[in-house]
Design a protein around this ligand. Structure first.
Ligand SMILES: Cc1cc2nc3c(=O)[nH]c(=O)nc-3n(C[C@H](O)[C@H](O)[C@H](O)COP(=O)(O)OP(=O)(O)OC[C@H]3O[C@@H](n4cnc5c(N)ncnc54)[C@H](O)[C@@H]3O)c2cc1C
Length: 473
């Protein structure tokens, strides 16, 4: 155990825990909890979360050695060590002709880290929804001794599926798997949101992009297909890897990070980008190849807001207006005309030019208590739509992004009951979250059952969920 400086992927979270430990197995986890009883404890996985989720001034446990994988004999689910990265799990499953029911844009996260914050892709539930049981190391309420519990049914399972580490240390997860499948994809420009939503029945796995400054819609239409891999699939993947993952990102880095000239950014979206996007190239490939990209090549930061389908159109208009006011430096009058209820302070106007395509994904309502796609009202089945806003600005020059993200999180929560991704920039406190998550109180009661002393919480989680004003980090 050594003193270690810990930083997340986005370099917006940086801290030195009092104790840093990398247990080799679950018994060492219990031993650590016994040894450091009374200290605050957090778990660190791949550190891809942008929220303060892993921060602690007590004991920080890394799960990098908890990576075992065992397929259940019925091939319907797999038991996997908390620290196993999704890419390694997918590789293991592929050998058995299987895959996960859903994946996000990247596969670098661990299974426990991804599910702890409700990580999702498009067209399915979030990954948390598919968890069948969770093996947890925590302190027993009656004795204070560290013990293992298996949470595999009822409200406790629904809490454990997306728990932000508030119940204890997850050492193993059992999650549903499914046979490998193929996806057909093509990109198409749309004149309106209505036209994109109309195509959803035909392409249930689709996701779409709103281009800032041109305000064009581009949809990646996707559907499952029994077809074989296309002959052009390798070429298509090369186009994505070199053209989008590398070239487009290098151009955006040049414009936003190195030159920082808003006029060039706006001109790029209005004049250049529309001419470079290849449309209507229909390709079929393995789901993993289609659904993931190298989105972690370049450091960035993100806020992602979740609105229900009925609020999507108004929410996207609001995002557009906020971007315009922050980016154009709109005058008081323009600001008032665009956003009468949300006047943005003069200092912030013109201070942040949004420079990245806005990705919108559909997530089906989860059977969880507090994932972002958990039902909006107790029995609602309404789909959620996530709106991602990303900045590639240098970590020390992000004040404009934070002003923009704080403004948007607050106004979107008030106007559209928008939730913030737990694993991305998330400034909402408990007074907001209690209205957004109908099962938050139930979650808190379960968290208290497994962690009566709030040992597994940190300052951010106390503010966002537990409403405790103690000052440890
Ligand atoms: C480039 C990039 C792309 C992304 N793409 C997507 C996407 O497409 N969709 C999406 O929804 N999100 C996405 N995210 C967000 C990411 O999936 C989440 O932040 C996720 O939580 C990160 O997982 P991790 O393994 O890195 O966990 P960490 O960031 O290390 O930890 C996240 C949380 O999980 C808790 N935790 C981890 N392991 C355990 C355990 N064993 N027991 C208890 N608690 C635990 C931690 O305490 C912390 O609260 C992306 C992030 C990045 C950087």
């Amino acid at each position: 155990m050594t003193k270690t400086l810990v930083q997340n992927f986005g370099k917006n979270v940086s801290f030195t825990p009092a104790i840093f430990a990398e247990p080799k197995d679950e018994h060492e986890v219990i031993e650590l909890l016994r040894q450091h009883r009374g200290k605050s404890v957090r778990v660190m996985a791949s550190r891809h979360a942008w929220s303060d989720a892993i921060k602690t001034d007590g004991l920080l446990i890394s799960t990098r050695h908890l990576t075992q994988v065992k397929l259940n004999p019925d091939h319907q689910s797999v038991r996997v060590g908390a620290g196993c990265k999704i890419k390694h799990l997918l590789k293991f499953l592929k050998k058995h002709g299987l895959t996960l029911p859903s994946v996000g844009l990247i596969d670098e996260q661990t299974i426990a880290g991804a599910t702890a914050t409700g990580t999702h892709g498009s067209g399915k539930h979030s990954l948390s929804h598919y968890i069948r049981s969770v093996r947890l190391a925590h302190y027993q309420a009656a004795t204070g001794e560290p013990v293992f519990s298996e949470l595999d049914s009822g409200a406790e399972l629904r809490a454990a599926r997306c728990s932000l580490g508030l119940l204890g240390v997850i050492v193993e997860i059992e999650i549903e798997v499914r046979p490998s499948y193929q996806i057909e994809e093509h990109m198409k420009r749309h004149a309106s949101l209505a036209s994109i939503l109309k195509s959803e029945t035909q392409y249930p796995l689709q996701q779409f992009f709103v281009m800032p400054w041109s305000w064009d819609f581009y949809c990646q239409h996707r559907r499952e297909t029994p077809a074989e891999t296309s002959r052009t699939a390798l070429l298509y993947r090369t186009y994505w890897h070199l053209g989008i993952d590398w070239l487009l990102h290098l151009v955006l880095l040049l414009l936003a990070k190195f030159l920082g000239i808003p006029r060039l950014i706006r001109g790029f979206y209005r004049l250049v980008l529309p001419r470079t996007i290849i449309r209507n190239w229909i390709v079929t490939d393995d789901s993993h190849a289609i659904l993931t990209m190298d989105h972690d090549l370049f450091r960035h930061i993100e806020i992602e807001l979740f609105v229900s389908r009925s609020n999507l159109e108004a929410a996207l208009n609001h995002v557009r207006e906020t971007i315009t006011v922050f980016g154009d430096g709109a005058t008081h009058e323009q600001n008032r005309n665009l956003m009468p209820e949300n006047l943005i302070p003069e200092n912030d106007r013109g201070n942040y030019c949004h420079h990245y395509p806005i990705c919108v994904r559909r997530i089906r309502a989860d059977d969880t208590l507090i994932s972002m796609a958990s039902p909006a009202t107790p029995n609602s089945k309404e789909d959620w739509y996530s709106i991602s806003l990303i900045s590639f600005q240098w970590p020390h020059l992000r004040s404009g992004f934070f002003a923009f993200a704080n403004s948007l999180a607050g106004s979107m929560q008030e106007k559209f009951n928008a939730r913030c991704h737990w694993g991305k920039f998330n400034p909402l406190d408990k007074s907001a979250n209690i209205n957004l998550y109908p099962h938050l109180e139930e979650f808190r009661e379960i968290a208290e059952r497994y962690d009566g002393q709030a040992r597994f919480a940190n300052r951010w989680l106390k503010k966002a969920i537990l409403d405790d004003d103690s000052t440890d980090s």
